[in-house]
Design a protein around this ligand. Structure first.
Ligand code: CTP
Length: 399
C-alpha cells in the first residue's frame, strides 16, 4: 500500500553491496512502485546498467550528457519523486551530498530532490568510523535525510565490524515507513497476535492454526504510522516487525499477564490473538506414556481467562479496545454478541476456514462493527492492507 504508484528514486553507488540494490528494486517494483535508478560510474563496475534498466522498466540515469530523452531529465525525475533512497551509499557519495557537490547524474539529481530521502551507508568499518564520514552523515541528518545505520558483521574486505549494507527487506521496510503518514504518532498501541499453546506434558500441547500474520501486519502498519507498538505474541514463524517491542509468550496465562501489565500505558488495544479457551488442568511434568489398555486417554481441561473480557472490564474512557471474532458461521450475530459481552469499542469479524481468509492466508476479508453502530466492510485484500484499513477506522472512532 505504501509503495503503490509511488515514484521512487533509487541511487546506487560503487560498493560491493550494490548487488543488494537489485533485490531492493525488485521488492519496490513488486509493491507497485515506479522506480528510476540513478547510478554512478563506479556502481557500474559492480552491477550492469542493463540489469537496473530491465528490472525498473525505466531508463537509468547515469550520464547527464548522453541522455537522449530530455536534457533536464534529472530535474524531472527529482521533482516527481515521492521518496529517494541511496543504497549502498559510499563515503565519497556521502561527502558530495553533504557538501552540495553535483558532479554526476546521481549527485545532481539528489541535489534537486525535495522529497523524503534515505541514505544507507556501506563501507569498511574504519572508513565508516572515520570522523570525516561521521561528520558528513551528521550534516545529512541535520538537513532532514534519514540515515539507516549499517549492520555489523564480516565485510567484503575480510574485517569484522559496522559497515555492511542491511538486507534489502529491511531497507524496503524503513522506506515504506518513510512513505507512510504519521497519523498515529504519540499513540501507544498494544497488540496481541498468534496462537497460545497450552501444555499437556513437556512435549505436547493444545493450540490452534493461527499464524499471527494479521496481528503482525497491524503491528507493522501501526509502527509505520508513527505509533509506539508493543506486540504480545504467541509462538509464530514470522520475523518481528522492525521498531516494534515484541513480548513472546506461550500460554493464555502468560499472555494475560503480559497484556494486563502493559494495559495502563496503552491508548489503543487490538486483540488479534487466537487464545485457547481451555487448558489441561494439571500438565504432566514427564512425558505421558502409552498404556495400551484400550481405554483411550481423558484430558481434563479448565477454562482459560478471557483476556479481552478482562481488559474490557478494566479499560478507562481514554482507551480504545478492538477485538477480533474468528467465526465459521453466523458472523454478524456472533461478532455483535462478543462486542457487547466484552465491552469493546470495535470488533473485526472474519470468517476463518476459507482458502483466502483463513489463519494461514496472506489475505483477509473483514467486517468492522463499532459500538456507535458503524459497519465497515473491508473486502478481500492483503492482510497488510487490511491492517491499514482497520487502523483508519480506529482513528475515525477515537475519542
Ligand atoms: N479472547 C481472549 N481470551 C480468550 C479467548 C478469546 O482475549 N480466552 C479474545 C481474542 O483475542 C479475540 C476475541 O476474544 O479478540 C474473540 O475470540 P474468539 O476465539 O473469536 O471468541 P471466544 O470469545 O473465544 O468465543 P468462541 O470461541 O466461543 O467463539
Amino acid at each position: 500500500m505504501e509503495f503503490k504508484d509511488k515514484n521512487i528514486l533509487l541511487g546506487v553507488t560503487g560498493g560491493i553491496a550494490a548487488y543488494k540494490s537489485v533485490e531492493l528494486l525488485r521488492l519496490m517494483k513488486k509493491a507497485g512502485a515506479n522506480v528510476t535508478v540513478a547510478m554512478t560510474d563506479a556502481a557500474g563496475h559492480f552491477v550492469g546498467k542493463t540489469t537496473f534498466e530491465v528490472l525498473s522498466e525505466n531508463p537509468v540515469l547515469s550520464d547527464l550528457w548522453t541522455d537522449t530523452e530530455s536534457s533536464v531529465r534529472h530535474i524531472d525525475v527529482a521533482s516527481s519523486s515521492d521518496a529517494a533512497v541511496v543504497a549502498p551509499a559510499t563515503a565519497n557519495c556521502i561527502a558530495k551530498l553533504a557538501h552540495g557537490i553535483a558532479d554526476d547524474a546521481l549527485t545532481t539529481t539528489m541535489l534537486a530532490l525535495t522529497c523524503p530521502t534515505m541514505i544507507c551507508p556501506s563501507m569498511n568499518t574504519d572508513m565508516y568510523q572515520n570522523i570525516r564520514v561521521q561528520n558528513n552523515l551528521d550534516i545529512l541528518e541535520q538537513t532532514g535525510m534519514h540515515i539507516v545505520d549499517p549492520d555489523s558483521g564480516v565485510l567484503a574486505c575480510k574485517t569484522t565490524g559496522a559497515g555492511r549494507l542491511p538486507e534489502p527487506w529491511f531497507i524496503f521496510d524503513r522506506l515504506g515507513a518513510l512513505l507512510t503518514k504519521k497519523d498515529l504518532a504519540g499513540k501507544n498501541i498494544l497488540i496481541s497476535a498468534g496462537p497460545t499453546v497450552e501444555a499437556i506434558d513437556p512435549v505436547r500441547y493444545i493450540s490452534n492454526h493461527s499464524s499471527g500474520k494479521m496481528g503482525y501486519a497491524i503491528a507493522r502498519a501501526a509502527e509505520n504510522r508513527g505509533a509506539h507498538v508493543t506486540l504480545v505474541s504467541g509462538p509464530v514463524n514470522i520475523d518481528a516487525p522492525v521498531g516494534v517491542e515484541v513480548l513472546g509468550v506461550e500460554s493464555c496465562v502468560q499472555m494475560a499477564e503480559a497484556m494486563l501489565g502493559c494495559l495502563p500505558n496503552a491508548d489503543i488495544i487490538i486483540k488479534v490473538a487466537a487464545v485457547a479457551d481451555y487448558r489441561p488442568v494439571n500438565p504432566a511434568d514427564k512425558k505421558i506414556k502409552k498404556t495400551n489398555d484400550n481405554d483411550g486417554l481423558t484430558l481434563h481441561l479448565s477454562e482459560n481467562q478471557d483476556i479481552l473480557k478482562t481488559i474490557g472490564s478494566r479499560k478507562g474512557d481514554h482507551q480504545f479496545l478492538v477485538g477480533f471474532a474468528a467465526e465459521t458461521n453466523d458472523l454478524d450475530a456472533y461478532a455483535l454478541g462478543k462486542m457487547k459481552k466484552k465491552n469493546l469499542d470495535m470488533i473485526a469479524a472474519n470468517l476463518v476456514g476459507g482458502e483466502y481468509t483463513g489463519f494461514k492466508a496472506d489475505t483477509n476479508k473483514v467486517k468492522l462493527f463499532s459500538k456507535d453502530g458503524t459497519v465497515t466492510d473491508i473486502p478481500l485484500m492483503k492482510k497488510a492492507d487490511v491492517a491499514h484499513k482497520l487502523l483508519d477506522a480506529v482513528l475515525e472512532q477515537l475519542p
